[in-house]
Structures are given as structure tokens and as C-alpha cells.
Write a protein that binds this ligand. Structure first.
Ligand code: NAD
Length: 350
């Protein structure tokens, strides 16, 4: 392949929300969730290559705005994401995001993309990829507590990747459960509307908690969690925001993405600093044990880590080729003489 001309690098492919939706439809949502899970797993396998840092968070009383950077040495990526639980009351979403990839050797951006839809896809793909490693073999039923924006994606990823056939849904707001049931009606899952979290977890081998509330909430109390289940706790992802009673953590084997970030943001913020956790990348590459017994409670304390967004952007960049589902943005100044930025500006006045 011939190297791109400098002027070509000035135009950055941009994937709008509309084009992201077209890409998901073109590939098929379940196929895309499976392919994303493979990319995410592949990057966990080469974990040691990545620059890693807890995300940079700016908190306010309404929510949080975060930057999530990482690099594998060849490509650099970051995501901008917010989390504002009260936004839905104003008709706005709790989570919105966009992200960028850049070439490490020049620093020039190579992709800019919407990431609100993509975050829901990558979060679901991550949950299911982790459950594939940790959930009891043959798990068929999942309780889905919190039926907001992420929930249908979670359900479909668990179906496509782990073989879940039955979904038991509960939300504090029945309208959210009705919405999720409507959206999932023709997706090949057996759905049960539940009136309480206790009802939702009946017979479930996987319990997903994905609620949004900026407080120490107790979505699951200790007596609700029986032996042998896998908990996919992904809603508590900020300091001061958790979903599980801490006694559950003491009984479970806890798996995390990146301990320095999860200790600040995850369920384990309720535990002492030296509370033992297993790092996912080690389970994936076989250097740490995952589930070792039928009665063990495995808990994925998922907060979302930068490498997952990097994997998702890497996937989109790859899958975008030959689709035309992007616009070229005039995003990088490109003077004929690289040192004559001012001259370029002057000439633009004529
Ligand atoms: P959302 O606001 O669309 O939905 C949240 C749902 O939780 C709402 O329907 C709400 O009624 C429900 N809820 C609140 N309190 C509840 C309770 N006590 N019991 C049952 N349901 C309750 O939000 P979303 O986009 O679906 O995100 C949910 C959470 O997941 C947020 O906290 C978000 O920050 C987090 N999240 C985590 C990751 C990750 O990678 N771990 C990624 C995306 C979002």
C-alpha cells in the first residue's frame, strides 16, 4: 500500500450516530456483539502492551464527565463519556460518548466516532465475554435489573455469546421494563416481567445489575444471592455509586478490569484497599483461575476500561472499510508549508 499523502491525513473519517446505526444494521447486532467481544478479548490478551491509567474524571453533583485514554504503542485512543443519572428526567440520556483513534507515529487522528451506541455495544460485548469465562456452564437464565438504555444490548450479547434463552426483567420504573420487553419481543428470548428484584433473580444463573443512581444503593442484598451464580455488576461505576451490599463481595470471587480504577469506582470501593481481586486479563490468558467450583459466586465488578473502547474503535475502523458509512472531516490544519500556519490563515482571507 502506498503511504497516504500528507493532505489525505488532514481529513479524518467521522462516524456519525446515523452511520453507526447503519453499520450495526448492516453487520447485524448479534454478529457485531460477537465480533466486538473477540476484539475486546484479543486486547485483554495483549494487556501488558497497553498504556493504562484510571480514567480522568470531573465530578459534579449531577454527574461525571470522563476521559478514557490508552495506547498499544501504534495507535492511541480516547473516549469522552458522561454519566448523569438525572438526565432522563429532562429527556436526555444518562450516558453519551464520542471517541478518537490517532496514529502514534504522527499523532494525526485516524478516526472520530460517535460512541453512545458503540459504548452500549462494547459494554454488552464485554459483559458477555466475561460471563463466557466465569458464568456457570449451561447458564440459560439471566436476571436483568435496571432496564434502561444499556439493558437490551446486555440481553442480546448474553444470548449471542453465552446462550442465554430466558430473561427476567426488573426496573424500579415499570415503564422501563415495558420498553425493554417491547424492544426484545422478537429477539428469540423468553421474557418475564418481574415486580421485584427478588422475583427477577428466581432461577437465574446470571444476574446483571445495570441501574443508574448516584448513591450507595443496595440493588442486591446478601440474602438474595445464592451459591453458584455469576453477577455482572456494571451500573456502579463512579465513586459513591454502587449496587451491591458489601457482604456479597466478601462471599464472592471478584474479577476486575484494571484494579487502580475499579478500587476508586467499582463495587470494591466499599472494601479495604487490599481486598483481593483477580484481574480479567490473567483469566483470559490462562495465568489466573476463573470459576473453580459450582458453588462459587463469581462477580464481575465492571466499570468500563479504556482498552474496551480502544478495541471497539479499532473494530469500527476495520469494519468501516468499503462501506462508505463515514464523512471525511476537515479536522487537521494542512498548510502547504508545515511551518506556514499563519500564511495559510492569511491566504484564507482572500
Ligand atoms: P439509564 O438511565 O438509561 O437506565 C438506568 C435504569 O436503572 C433506569 O431505567 C432506572 O429506572 C433504573 N433504576 C434506578 N434505580 C433502580 C433500582 N434501585 N432498582 C431497579 N432499577 C433501578 O442508564 P443506562 O445507560 O442503562 O446505564 C445504567 C448504568 O450503567 C449507569 O450507571 C451507567 O453509568 C452504567 N454504565 C456502565 C458501563 C460500564 O462499562 N460498566 C457502561 C455504560 C453504562
Amino acid at each position: 500500500m502506498t503511504a497516504p499523502k500528507p493532505s489525505e491525513l488532514a481529513y479524518v473519517p467521522f462516524v456519525s450516530v446515523e452511520n453507526m446505526m447503519k453499520l450495526v444494521q448492516k453487520i447485524g447486532i448479534e454478529t457485531m456483539l460477537c465480533e466486538l467481544a473477540d476484539y475486546i478479548e484479543e486486547d485483554f490478551r495483549r494487556w501488558e502492551l497497553f498504556d493504562k491509567t484510571p480514567r480522568v474524571a470531573s465530578h459534579s453533583k449531577e454527574g461525571v464527565i470522563e476521559l478514557m485514554p490508552t495506547s498499544d504503542g501504534e495507535v492511541y485512543g480516547f473516549k469522552y463519556v458522561n454519566g448523569h443519572p438525572s438526565n432522563t428526567k429532562e429527556g436526555l440520556q444518562t450516558v453519551t460518548a464520542f471517541g478518537l483513534l490517532a496514529a502514534v507515529d504522527t499523532g494525526y487522528p485516524v478516526l472520530l466516532s460517535e460512541m453512545t451506541v458503540l459504548t452500549a455495544m462494547r459494554t454488552a460485548a464485554t459483559s458477555a465475554m466475561v460471563a463466557k469465562h466465569l458464568a456457570p456452564k449451561g447458564a440459560q437464565t439471566m436476571a436483568m435489573i435496571g432496564n434502561g438504555a444499556q439493558s437490551e444490548f446486555q440481553a442480546l450479547a448474553m444470548k449471542a455469546i453465552c446462550g442465554i434463552t430466558h430473561l427476567r426483567l426488573y426496573d424500579i420504573d415499570a415503564a422501563a421494563t415495558e420498553k425493554a420487553m417491547r424492544n426484545l419481543a422478537d429477539q428469540g428470548l423468553h421474557l418475564t416481567f418481574c415486580k421485584s428484584p427478588e422475583e427477577a433473580i428466581e432461577g437465574a444463573q446470571i444476574i446483571t445489575t445495570c441501574t443508574a443512581d448516584k448513591q450507595y444503593a443496595t440493588i442486591l442484598s446478601d440474602n438474595m444471592v445464592g451459591a453458584g451464580v455469576h453477577i455482572n455488576a456494571i451500573g456502579g461505576d463512579c465513586p459513591g455509586k454502587t449496587e451491591l451490599h458489601k457482604d456479597i463481595l466478601s462471599r464472592a470471587t471478584v474479577f476486575v478490569e484494571y484494579p487502580p480504577q475499579t478500587r476508586i469506582e467499582g463495587e470494591i470501593q466499599q472494601m479495604p484497599e487490599d481486598f483481593p481481586v483477580t484481574e480479567l486479563w490473567q483469566v483470559i490468558n490462562g495465568t489466573a483461575k476463573g470459576r473453580v467450583s459450582d458453588r462459587q459466586i463469581t462477580l464481575f465488578d465492571g466499570v468500563g476500561f479504556a482498552t474496551e473502547d480502544f478495541s471497539a474503535l479499532r473494530y469500527v475502523r476495520h469494519r468501516l472499510k468499503d462501506t462508505g458509512l463515514f464523512q471525511n472531516l476537515d479536522m487537521v490544519a494542512d498548510p502547504d508549508d508545515p511551518r506556514d500556519l499563519f500564511g495559510m490563515l492569511q491566504r484564507s482571507a482572500n
